[in-house]
Ligand binder design. Structure first.
Ligand SMILES: Nc1ncnc2c1ncn2[C@@H]1O[C@H](COP(=O)(O)OP(=O)(O)OP(=O)(O)O)[C@@H](O)[C@H]1O
Length: 334
């Protein structure tokens, strides 16, 4: 890769957000019978992505993340609101803006019969100031399969080629769709290091992921999207601390305890959001979230004692990003 920008370069690029999405709307017309109906994929969504930061867009399937990123990349023309990418409207922008933004293509976007070596060299040759492709291929371990047609590569290998292609032009902002999905632990660590290097160099990294552990580790700024709007945003620490929550108490129950749970005191089973405590049973586990003290622990252990059995597990931990996500977006499958 080329060396980090000089302080002077940083000063010119870091003053404004790399990406500003303001009240974005995107409505698709879908044919239905003889007429059509509209799908509001994005419905008044706003967020910013800063230089030198990782911004993670999280949301359930169909939340509107890909549509938002396609509008941000200038691939779709929004039906409302505005997008500024590096200060320009990406929809009208010419090749100069496209050269400054890297996009990681999904598997289907890669030319399946091409070989990684020639494909990446070709992509590199399209930029005036390309990244050091040899170094990128070394870092991402692509050298061992340079001559294998893309269609014969594993999912994780293709993923690394797609990442190298996104970084070929040494972009100021890079869009990564699920960058760590399907990667083995070694490749995942390499990709995380690469993202850390990009941040250091002042690149704005905008990514989507369903892997919330990865988002928690990588993201400086998290945007939780649901039904086309932003439901919550902030740093991971802000989101986790958000609702003044003590943490999450998880109690694994035996089969008999699960049968008996319905008869547990209402102070346990009946707690609700209004009490600041939420007690829920998921599969074989009771989770208690919210603001609670040792009194609640005592109530639970007292009830456990009445069952005459130890629980299968019991932990009290700080909330994770996944807990916040499930609280915001709900547990129902879409
Ligand atoms: N071209 C299109 N025509 C019609 N509807 C579309 C189109 N593109 C997306 N949608 C709809 O818009 C909604 C948002 O889709 P989008 O792909 O943006 O979600 P997503 O958050 O990226 O989901 P996932 O996590 O599954 O990738 C969905 O209901 C989807 O079916």
């Amino acid at each position: 890769m080329t060396p980090p920008p000089s302080p002077q370069d940083s000063a010119t690029t870091n003053t404004a957000a790399a990406l500003e999405v303001c009240n974005l709307q995107m409505e698709f017309k879908v044919a239905a019978g003889r007429g059509h109906h509209s799908v509001k994929a994005v419905n008044g969504l706003s967020f910013q992505a800063a230089h030198g930061q990782v911004t993670a867009l999280l949301g359930p399937n169909g939340a509107g993340k890909t549509t938002t990123l396609e509008c941000a990349q200038g691939l779709l023309k929004p039906t409302g609101g505005s997008v500024r990418l590096l200060g320009e409207n990406p929809w009208n922008a010419g090749p100069a803006l496209r050269a400054r933004a890297g996009v990681m293509l999904q598997d289907g976007g890669l030319p399946q019969s091409a070989r990684p070596g020639e494909f990446l060299k070709h992509i590199s040759s399209m930029y005036r100031r390309p990244a050091d492709m040899q170094e990128l291929m070394d870092t991402l371990g692509i050298n061992s399969y340079l001559k294998t047609p893309l269609r014969r590569l594993s999912g994780g290998q293709k993923q690394r080629v797609a990442l190298a292609a996104a970084l070929a032009g040494d972009p100021e902002v890079v869009f990564l769709d699920e960058p760590s999905a399907g990667l083995d632990p070694q490749s995942r660590a390499v990709v995380f290091d690469l993202i850390a290097q990009l941040k250091q160099r002042g690149t704005a990294v905008v990514l989507t992921t369903h892997l919330l552990d990865d988002a928690q580790r990588l993201a400086d700024h998290v945007v939780i999207v649901d039904r086309g709007t932003v439901r919550r945003s902030g740093t991971v620490a802000e989101l986790i601390a958000g609702d003044d929550t003590t943490g999450v108490l998880r109690v694994g129950l035996t089969a008999r305890q699960r049968d008996l749970w319905e008869e547990a005191p209402p102070s346990l089973t009946g707690a609700g959001p209004e009490s600041g405590v939420q007690v829920e049973m998921h599969q074989e586990e009771v989770t208690v979230t919210g603001t609670f003290g040792p009194q609640l622990l005592e109530e639970i252990t007292t009830w456990l004692a009445t069952t005459g059995e130890l629980p299968t597990s019991m932990t009290l931990q700080p909330r994770t990003l996944e807990d916040v996500f499930l609280a915001v977006a709900g547990r129902e499958i879409r």
